[in-house]
Design a protein around this ligand. Structure first.
Ligand code: HEC
Length: 120
């Protein structure tokens, strides 16, 4: 009986650790298919305004340098809700907060996801 309880404790601790593994602040990783979709949008849609290489155009550059020091929450909000009164549209209908967070994480790390050469 004692062993049984110890086992349950261990299982519960493992479960708690797994849940906490989704650490606060860290966005859930989109699936591979969603990553490909986001990369495709980044190049074709975001790129239409921010430049194919994200170096800027109608919209400001989205390079690591340009985004350095900017609070990620604000950038994620810009992606989700757009900037009213500017050309920056809201992307909330198309992506979740975690996905916008993932894109901003990658952009701020200077590692924008690359769309596959075959196109998506
Ligand atoms: C139709 C043009 C357009 C498209 C499409 C567009 N943006 Fe923008 N974006 C802008 C403009 C213009 C601004 C600057 C708004 C301002 O003046 O504050 C901006 C601002 C931003 C900012 C804030 C940059 C900063 O330094 O504060 C981020 C981040 C951003 N866009 C990401 C994206 C992403 C990611 C996509 C694609 C999912 C996207 N944008 C698509 C025009 C666009």
């Amino acid at each position: 009986m004692r062993n049984h309880i110890a086992w349950r404790r261990a299982a519960l601790a493992g479960l708690a650790a797994a849940l906490l593994g989704a650490a606060p602040g860290a966005a859930a990783q989109p699936t591979a298919a969603r990553q490909a979709q986001l990369a495709h949008w980044l190049r074709d849609d975001c790129g239409a305004c921010h430049g194919m290489t994200l170096g800027g155009g109608l919209g400001p550059p989205l390079t690591r340098e340009a985004l350095s020091g900017k609070p990620p929450e604000g950038l994620v909000a810009t992606v989700l809700y757009g900037r009213p009164g500017t050309a920056m549209p809201p992307w909330q209908p198309f992506m979740t907060q975690d996905e916008a967070q993932w894109l901003i994480d990658r952009l701020q790390a200077g590692k924008p996801p690359a769309a596959s050469p075959q196109g998506n």
